[in-house]
Write a protein that binds this ligand. Sequence first.
Ligand code: SAM
Length: 248
Amino acid sequence: MSVGKVYLVGAGPGSPDLLTIRAAELVKAADVIVHDRLIQEAALALARPSAERIDMGKPVGRHESRQAEINELLVREARAGKMVVRLKGGDPFVFGRGGEEAEYLAECHVPFEVVPGVSSSLAAPLSAGIAVTHRANASSVTIVTGHECDGKSRIDWGALARLETLVFLMAVHNVANIASRLIEWGRSPDTPAAMIQMAFWPEHRVVTGTLRTIADEVRAAGIQPPATLVIGEVVALRERLQALGASV
Ligand SMILES: C[S@@+](CC[C@H](N)C(=O)[O-])C[C@H]1O[C@@H](n2cnc3c(N)ncnc32)[C@H](O)[C@@H]1O
């Protein structure tokens, strides 16, 4: 049997109508769908009834072994001649480990294609009415992992503190550390900040504050992952956009 193909597909931030047309077509045609935890049922329901769905949502603390398992599974299914859709939240190459999966498939000589998706790093701020590069306030937006706040971090906090809009993913449990690092490195404690929970899901919530207050606000509101943290003057424009009638 000839080798199949793996499609590393971005599913967007949640709502199935934010799948690209290409992503929806691939889901409809797949023999096997290997998906993450944060994929809505309505997106999976596009699949043929005969398609096999494999949920590889990663349980906390087992990321490494689970990633190896996923890599092996993709190779095994493709070598069995199947069309495999690896459906990942957001964009597959934005903190989604899609790069590692692509690397492994290439090493194993398995044909693959990467299909971009709407990343939560931009869609979550938008869902809260935050224009991340609003012309008057920001000429740059920087996307950062919220996982690296310890001494081993590769992040240049001094540089980050001077940049305009900052978007942190995976930041809920580290929001206090992130805020104090930035203040330590010279960012004003009065810089506006927002945490956006589950954009484009029914559980969507937005909490706002400043660098000084955002950790307390997030804790008091009981915000849970997945959520995206936005820091910068553009956050303050949110109310103005809402007042102008933006339906976000
Ligand atoms: C492992 S990263 C994957 C990011 C994904 N590849 C993307 O481009 O959106 C997971 C993080 O993305 C953010 N995230 C994913 N979906 C989200 C959503 N619907 N609303 C807000 N943040 C979200 C959260 O910060 C979450 O911890």
